[in-house]
Write a protein that binds this ligand. Structure first.
Ligand code: SF4
Length: 396
């Protein structure tokens, strides 16, 4: 049932000096850089998640590994989509609450009006957000790259799993007639580098990804000055995880080959120390390879304990803002929405309470070791729900 949004309502202004969580006031105009997540975990140990802002829900692709509740699966009607001013107001409220790391995503940001996208970047950076990134898999972004750089974008991530154009079409679930899109995307990667933007390539490892294909991607990254993030496929994809189990590959054999060549290695995490800890390897070519591997353990929160998918592969890692103003505290599970847009239109304190509620999910998250996660997953596979609950209670 469509929800009606009144465009006439005056949104509640956010006082940028006010902080929802103690000790988390944003440093307005600060030049401080939070290169990755550990730095965004505040000194008082409150975990602040990355904010993923969905600019739209259409992406034009059906990737084989998209999350069940993935960025592309939220169908928001055109008349429910935020105006640029509403979107900025919602982001401002969350920045006031302590968010430091913002990622613009979709759907597909490149299908958003590009002038509005540049404005969004400029005004979000003006809020004092130290790390603002954008993720795309569409070469249409090329025409906006210089303007995005000038507006203050900190980094651009291209989803690029392979250099093979036909295989790329198959992974993206598009017709091989659209194979030219792959070349346009590769051109955009090069142009982003030439525009002076730090570039990252996101590669989801699949069961049929060959070592030659993977190392070819690393060579391409070296040529265009990009870093590479390798993501282990979430196994909880498809009916009862069947699709994930079929497509999943353990990245360790490739990780070991990269590790053997590395001149240095260090560990980072997503914002707030959430998600999975990640090994980083610097190669002699200058490329940094970051590994999201389940074997490193993961973070879950109290909200996970009543979840049928606990402990999922995705883990508790980021807060999502949908284009209609709803907040989603788990990227995988649908139905846990908090309607921030409606609360702000209503006025009163409800929006503050809602933001506190959303951030508290992450503030209390704890790290689980991989062996414990696998043990709980094995029990989940055969146990009736009550036994799963018992296993979780025994663990926490
Ligand atoms: S609620 Fe927690 S366990 Fe459930 S899908 Fe989300 S992150 Fe995973």
């Amino acid at each position: 049932m469509p929800r009606s949004h009144s465009r006439q309502a005056t949104p509640k202004r956010c006082d940028v000096t006010k902080s929802v969580l103690p000790g988390t006031s944003p440093e307005k105009g600060s030049n401080a850089r939070f290169s990755w997540g550990m730095e965004a975990q505040h000194t008082n140990n409150i975990r602040i998640p990355q904010l993923r802002v969905l600019l739209n829900t259409a992406c034009g692709k059906r990737c084989r590994y998209c999350r069940p509740s993935g960025e592309a699966s939220h169908q928001v009607q055109r008349d429910q989509q935020a105006t640029p001013d509403e979107l900025l107001e919602w982001v401002r409220v969350l920045v006031c609450a302590g968010v430091r790391d913002v990622r613009l995503t979709g759907g597909e940001p490149a299908l958003h009006p590009l002038g509005e996208l540049v404005r969004l970047v400029r005004e979000t950076k003006a809020m004092g957000v130290p790390r603002l990134t954008l993720v795309t898999r569409n070469g249409r972004i090329a025409s906006a790259l210089a303007a995005l750089k000038c507006a203050g974008l900190d980094c651009i991530t291209f989803s690029l799993d392979t250099l093979d154009p036909v295989r790329w079409c198959r992974i993206c679930g598009i017709s091989e007639c659209d194979v030219g899109e792959h070349a346009t995307l590769l051109d955009a990667v090069l142009l982003a580098h030439e525009a002076g933007l730090p570039v990252s390539l996101n590669c989801v490892l699949l069961a049929d990804t060959s070592a030659a294909e993977f190392f070819g991607l690393l060579e391409f990254a070296a040529k265009v000055g990009a870093s590479v993030k390798v993501e282990e496929l979430i196994r909880d994809v498809g009916m009862n995880g069947a699709a994930g189990a079929e497509l999943h590959a353990n990245p360790e054999h490739l990780a070991a080959m990269v590790r053997a060549q590395a001149s240095s290695t260090w560990v980072t995490t997503p914002a707030g120390g959430l998600g999975h800890p990640m090994d980083n390897h610097r190669l002699p070519s200058g490329v940094t390879v970051t590994w999201k591997q389940f074997a490193k353990g993961a973070c879950y929160g109290t909200d996970c304990h009543d979840c049928a998918d606990f402990p999922c592969d995705d883990a508790l890692m980021a807060l999502r803002l949908l284009p209609d103003g709803r907040l989603q505290t788990c990227l995988k599970r649908d139905g846990n929405h908090l309607d921030l847009g409606a609360a702000l239109r209503q006025g009163g304190d409800e929006a503050d309470r809602m933001v506190r509620r959303a951030l508290s999910v992450y503030a209390t998250a704890t790290r689980y070791e991989h062996a414990d996660i696998e043990r709980l997953r094995a029990r989940r596979a055969w146990a009736p729900a009550t036994q799963v609950l018992y296993a979780m209670e025994a663990h926490v």
